[in-house]
Design a binder for this molecule. Structure first.
Ligand code: GLN
Length: 305
């Protein structure tokens, strides 16, 4: 397969869409990100990469961090974790409060904000005060890269303006689904959302999910194959909030987006992919990123179906 040619074709075809999306201006620090960017990196299991655009450029990973925190929490708590968070798609916006009250403060899944905040609370229970350092250590280990860190400006911006996330955590606390101090948990949550990584680094970090939970390069086992299957299944069904069905329909791969404009996607036993383009669609997923992945699976015939 001539992946370079496929990437070049995709880059040409997405050009008219680069102006269409809207950057995540509800986070003030992300308001001025240049919209017309397109970067894509394919990472094969043997470490070979195929790239287009500036794959070293770092961006805010935002909700893609939820894949890492869920992976760690699943490793620590196993099935017990599903007492606090479900594994069903929500059909609602990523920051919605509506369903949460109806369902007694138990979020539908670990990839919507409420669910990821519960996961952060569980990690705080396990790690106490150095929970963010432990989360960052884990991401550095999974990415095999010690140079990954968070962006303080993005972190402070979310802390100052994240009223909805405060509402979500307080509502869950009222239902006894948050064990720790709400400020401590939300600070850890905002810190992991504000981690910066490049397209190359993110696609590298996701290789373990394309290889049944084991890093194919370092051979480190991060989760069992059975847990890797669950993580991929949740990415397929819940990774794009209320556009998860649409993403599965058009792309046909497990994937996870973040409002920073990144999307990661997994082709089991073959590769992990990261695409970056900060203009978002109405559901908060990269508009061009989604289209690029659809074009990729259509042109190559590579999908899980
Ligand atoms: N930090 C963002 C928030 O809490 C993450 C949302 C996202 O990427 N979908 O709103």
């Amino acid at each position: 397969m001539n992946y370079n040619l496929v990437l070049e074709e995709i880059q040409k075809e997405i050009q008219p869409l680069l102006k269409v999306g809207k950057v995540a201006d509800y986070i003030p620090a992300l308001k001025n990100v240049k919209k017309e960017q397109f970067v894509m990196c394919l990472h094969l299991l043997d470490g070979t990469t195929y790239t287009i655009g500036n794959v070293e450029n770092k961006f805010s990973i935002q909700s893609i961090s939820k894949v890492f925190t869920f992976t760690k929490a699943l490793e620590i708590y196993g099935k017990e974790l599903y007492k606090n968070v479900g594994h069903e798609p929500s059909g609602n916006a990523f920051n919605s409060l509506v369903q949460l009250e109806h369902e007694n403060g138990i979020p539908r899944n670990p990839f919507i904000n409420a669910g990821a905040i519960v996961i952060t609370d569980l990690l705080r229970s396990a790690y106490k005060n150095n929970s963010f350092d432990k989360i960052l250590d884990f991401i550095q280990e999974i990415a095999d890269n010690k140079n990954i860190s968070y962006d303080k400006e993005v972190y402070c911006s979310e802390l100052e303006s994240g009223y909805r996330n405060f509402a979500l955590i307080n509502m869950m606390k009222s239902f006894n689904n948050i064990s720790n101090n709400v400020d401590d948990v939300i600070e850890t949550y905002f810190k992991h959302c504000s981690i910066s990584m490049s397209t190359r680094e993110l696609s590298r970090a996701m290789l373990f999910l394309a290889n049944q939970g084991t890093d194919p390069l370092t051979k480190k086992v991060f989760v069992s194959s059975s847990k890797a299957k669950r993580i991929n299944a949740l990415m397929l069904t819940c990774g794009h909030y209320d556009a998860s069905g649409d993403f599965a329909f058009h792309v046909g791969l497990p994937g996870k987006s973040g409002v920073g404009g990144g999307i990661v996607a997994i082709i089991p036993n073959l590769m992990s992919i990261c695409v970056y383009s900060p203009g978002l669609n109405a559901q908060g997923n990269s508009l061009v990123g989604t289209k690029a992945l659809e074009l990729f699976t259509s042109k190559t015939g590579l999908s899980i179906f």
